[in-house]
Design a binder for this molecule. Sequence first.
Ligand SMILES: O=C(O)CCC(=O)C(=O)O
Ligand SMILES: [Fe+2]
Length: 554
Amino acid sequence: MRKSRTRLKRFAQNLDMSEHIHKSHVRVCMRRVGRMDALRMSHSRQRQRLLQELGGQRIPFLSPSDPGFQELWKSSYPGLVLRRADALPPDLHARVQAALCSLHGRGCLLRDLVRVRGRDVFTAVSRALLGLPGHTYRYLNTRLFTIPWHCGEEEQEEEEKGGVPKEEEQKAQKHEGEVQGQGQGAGERKAEACCDQELRAACKALWELNRFFCEDVNCREAGDHGRDVEDPQVSEGSPQPQCSKGSPCTAQFNVTLLNYMDPATMDQLKEEPYYGMGKMAVGWHHDENLVPSSSVAVYNYSCQDDKVEGGGSEDVAPASWRVGLKVAWDINTPGLVLPLQSGDCYYMRDDLNRTHQHCVLAGEMSRFSSTHRVAECSTGTLEYIRRRCKEALDNVSTDPDTGCKSLRSLSPSTLQLSEEVHNEVEFEWLRQYWFQGRRYSRFCNWWNKPMEQLEEVWKEMESLTQLTLAVAEDDGCEEQRRKEVAETLLPTLTERQQHRLTWKERCESRLAQTLPPEEAPVNRPYWCDGDPSMPLPFDLTDIISRVESLLWKL
Ligand SMILES: O=C(O)CCC(=O)C(=O)O
Ligand SMILES: [Fe+2]
């Protein structure tokens, strides 16, 4: 037992290390995908062996009714804060809950076809991302694109006054268009709204919840959690955020990932394997792609009404949803389980998400959560990728008379930058977007135009690669120069080819085939050999061989 514990501990450490690797820069990450998959594969075998060795033995965990629960929380889960439902204004609950139901009713929440350990799987929960316009959130090799939340003050005021006159409505929408276009070049965004009134209201409600969390999350004294659980009175009647000394008073949540699951429709939820906590809706994980040490705030809404209608024994309360926490790198500290009532919120503050892992344990009722995060967006906004594309295309000059294109610089670093941006826009944006089918444009057209534009600039980069290839193959060009260019091209072209094949496989996987047409992955961009509008073929096998043999010769 002792021996297997040590090995389990080592295993836990390795898992954590893989999480860190995972957070590294997007381009580096893309190159490492193959290695990561291999690493995860060996973890899964290791995990199975260890679980076998542990036999039926479990690591202990504590729930609120267990002695020592408060002490454990205080000593080993210090960044965890529970905010009971009565800490939020009742009308905010009403708006948020109506918003979640209407987003669900409109089909905005979908199970993601993510890639874990080199395998495609559907998430058990259905999800949607809301947040600042043009922002994205990347998890499990999947980039989600925000449905923008609406924060135009003018619009808000008009709606509060009730009845929006036509002219005023247009003004509000114009303002909203400007907000959406922030940082994306003045006047580039059209003024029309990107989705209908119902969705806009829903997004606005979640934006209001976000605003509440931004102010509230850092404003609870450490240790409040204990009293909140024992004595909900503490948070009662204090809907206004209160600031404690010394902590920054606002968080900058830029996105919320919404989750929904109806356990009645899920026949294969996994059992929590280490502690025996029960069925998991979301397995153990650290939240990925967050600004280091940033907080996460979660709103929990379980739909009690459904259950009452469902009949059954009315005096037995249905099992509630719970969040499970464990200390990462550690199998000696007991786990912690926090049951949640509808409207309750919890915060993971400071470093908790890095030092601990969490999971979500399914209750009996269907349940939503809205998980507000500070997504690390340095390479994850539309503004960013547009800027990168511009940098790449700055190396192309067009003859004003003939329209002929040529490269301004042949320096390896310039060429490499262009080819890397080419891969980044193709694999991190276009293919990610289309892989998720037409799910976005069905109810919100915000990303339609930007994606069209990104595809246009990507196509120009195909020409750029063609020009670069022509230099490498130009007999009239100095050999040393040709060699340098070929050496620069080879790795990025090889990576491009590999990723195109991976995405093609993902689009054609057995699970992808089970999706209805409007959600089914689209392998885009895709074109056939000999398409006159495309400068290079989709399949780069021949070109890669040409570059390789050039390098042999030169
Ligand atoms: O639903 C929750 O309480 C948390 C969900 C979660 O951990 C996640 O979406 O990353
Ligand atoms: Fe999470």
